[in-house]
Structures are given as C-alpha cells and as structure tokens.
Design a binder for this molecule. Structure first.
Ligand code: SF4
Ligand code: SF4
Length: 98
C-alpha cells in the first residue's frame, strides 16, 4: 500500500525513540510502510499513512510505540463490510470512522 495516505495529522501514533532498540518489527508488520529503520532506530516517515491498526505497538518489545488502535480507518472498513454483507442486521463493528 505504498503511497497510501489517510487523513492529515489525525493519527494517535506516538514513538518514544529513547526506548527503541531498532529491532525492525514495527517496520516489518506495518501494512502502510510508516516506518524506516535508520541508524539503529525506527523513524516515522509516513505518519499520515497510519490507519491505527495497532500492529506496531502490539509487536514492539520495548513499548516504544503507542497508538489508539481500533478507532481508525480499519474500524470504518469493517463497519462498511458488515453493512454490505448483512444489510439490515444489527450488531457488528461500531461505526465512527471514514
Ligand atoms: S518494534 Fe519497537 S523497538 Fe523495534 S524498531 Fe520498532 S519501535 Fe523500535
Ligand atoms: S498502527 Fe498500524 S498502520 Fe499505524 S504505524 Fe502501526 S502498524 Fe502501521
């Protein structure tokens, strides 16, 4: 999904570079190439591409990443899928995005 961009300056993604060990897991799991490893630390190079899926924070062994997962575009995509797949049916993911 290179080149993808979500909304400008809305992501809750935060990085504590002091904690980062440069293991690269965040760059490996991120579906939108938000990170690049440089000089044994990760860098956020595409902040607006973050859809707040939470994969990076969940996999970071140093607790260097923080993001409010589940409130971003992924939630909107799931909600849309639920409505299209089960029209008129109650339940499913909450809306509130996109
Ligand atoms: S997963 Fe965590 S420790 Fe590893 S490079 Fe990313 S931020 Fe740094
Ligand atoms: S929350 Fe998801 S999309 Fe955002 S930087 Fe982390 S892995 Fe990438």
């Amino acid at each position: 999904m290179k080149g993808f961009s979500y909304l400008k300056n809305v992501t809750t993604l935060a990085l504590d570079r002091e904690r980062c060990s440069g293991c690269g897991l965040c760059a490996h799991v991120c579906p939108h190439q938000v990170f690049v490893i440089r000089g044994r630390k990760t860098e956020i190079v595409a902040r607006d591409a973050c859809m707040e899926c939470g994969a990076c924070a969940l996999n970071c062994p140093e607790d260097a990443l923080c993001v409010d997962a589940g409130v971003g575009c992924a939630s909107g995509i799931l909600t849309e899928w639920w409505r299209d797949t089960f029209p008129g049916r109650r339940g499913g993911p909450e809306s509130g995005c996109c």
